[in-house]
Design a protein. Structure first.
Ligand SMILES: Nc1nc2c(c(=O)[nH]1)N[C@@H](CN(C=O)c1ccc(C(=O)N[C@@H](CCC(=O)O)C(=O)O)cc1)CN2
Length: 297
């Protein structure tokens, strides 16, 4: 039995961060200042705190200025919007990211809408979503752009391929579909109401699973030779040591004999999210300075 290739997202992300680091050094040389990334964390969610800490560490490692703003879970929406307004007007800040999810009393959409689209390094603002949807230059959400980079690295030209994106979130599913469409794929978005989802997925040369349901995509759904990108990060508590384990949205062991290549969880798409965030911050810094960003990002 042959099994497919495991795509090394962690290694690819390290390479991208190294290229960003070179781009940052050239930017500093040219402008005399470091690109700056402001990250806002509201509340005490442990996973969010870990992600924000890694973002800060990796921002500094590539030579950028990291600014972290921690606010209590009880902050009012007005106070948060005031902070964003300050960051919008701060010349040292090229990128603004508000870590999600936010506490339930804060309207995420209003917060995202308050970010200057030119500093929206998450690519969540409707201006950037609209630019992407209409094929114009945009800041693109980090996770789907990271998935696309892995796909192009594995497959080269994606033109004419059948792609099925499972999940229709604004953060992953919809922008992922737009990116694949821009690469001339034939794109289907499948979701919780899709009839006979197994046969829809079975059509695909490319499967991107972003539903947030542990191992929902079964091995025999995958067409032989398909490339599978697993965006899910689901923590299961079923280990004897009580530490739990991470699994994706795809039943990886079952899928491996069917796939050409597949991303693992952990070590696949996850590490790309932060690497692309740094890439987007460098791109935003160049645009704000009226410069052209390096082509190899
Ligand atoms: N404002 C945003 N909020 C959130 C985003 C985002 O892109 N912007 N994405 C996620 C969380 N996230 C970054 O913020 C993120 C998730 C996962 C990883 C990662 O490297 N995962 C590792 C496993 C880590 C673990 O052990 O838990 C992997 O997959 O290998 C990085 C960043 C939600 N919020």
């Amino acid at each position: 039995m042959t099994i497919g290739k495991i795509i090394d997202g962690k290694g690819f992300a390290a390479g991208l961060r190294a290229r960003v680091g070179e781009g940052v050094a050239a930017f500093v040389e040219e402008t005399g200042r470091k690109p700056g990334l402001a990250v806002v964390l509201v509340g005490e969610d442990p996973a969010s705190a870990v992600y924000v800490r890694s973002k800060g560490k990796m921002t500094v490692e590539v030579g950028m200025e990291s600014m972290e703003f921690r606010r209590p879970a009880g902050i009012s929406a007005e106070e948060l919007l005031e902070l964003i307004d300050e960051l919008n007007h701060d010349e040292r800040v090229d990128g603004i990211l508000v870590q999600l999810p936010l506490p339930a009393h804060i309207d995420e959409r209003a917060v995202i809408a308050a970010i200057d689209p030119a500093k929206d390094v998450d690519g969540f603002h409707v201006t950037n979503a609209g630019l992407l949807a209409t094929g114009q230059e945009a800041l693109v959400p980090c996770t789907p752009l990271g998935c696309l980079m892995l796909l192009k690295d594995e497959l080269g030209d994606l033109s004419g391929m059948e792609a099925v994106v499972i999940g229709r979130s604004n953060i992953v599913g919809k922008p992922m579909a737009q990116l694949l469409l821009a690469e001339n794929c034939t794109v289907t978005i499948a979701h919780s109401r899709t009839r006979d989802i197994a046969s829809v997925v079975h059509r695909a040369d490319i499967v991107v699973a972003a539903v947030g349901r542990a191992e929902m995509v079964k091995g025999d759904w995958i067409r032989p030779g398909a490339t599978v990108i697993d965006v899910g990060i689901n923590r299961l508590a079923d280990t004897e040591d009580g530490k739990g384990r991470l699994v994706g949205d795809v039943a990886t062991a079952e899928a491996l004999p069917h796939v050409r290549a597949i991303t693992p969880v952990p070590g696949g798409v996850g590490p790309m999210t932060i690497a692309v965030l740094l890439r987007n911050t460098l791109v935003a810094a160049h645009a704000r300075a009226g410069l052209v960003a390096p082509a190899d990002l």
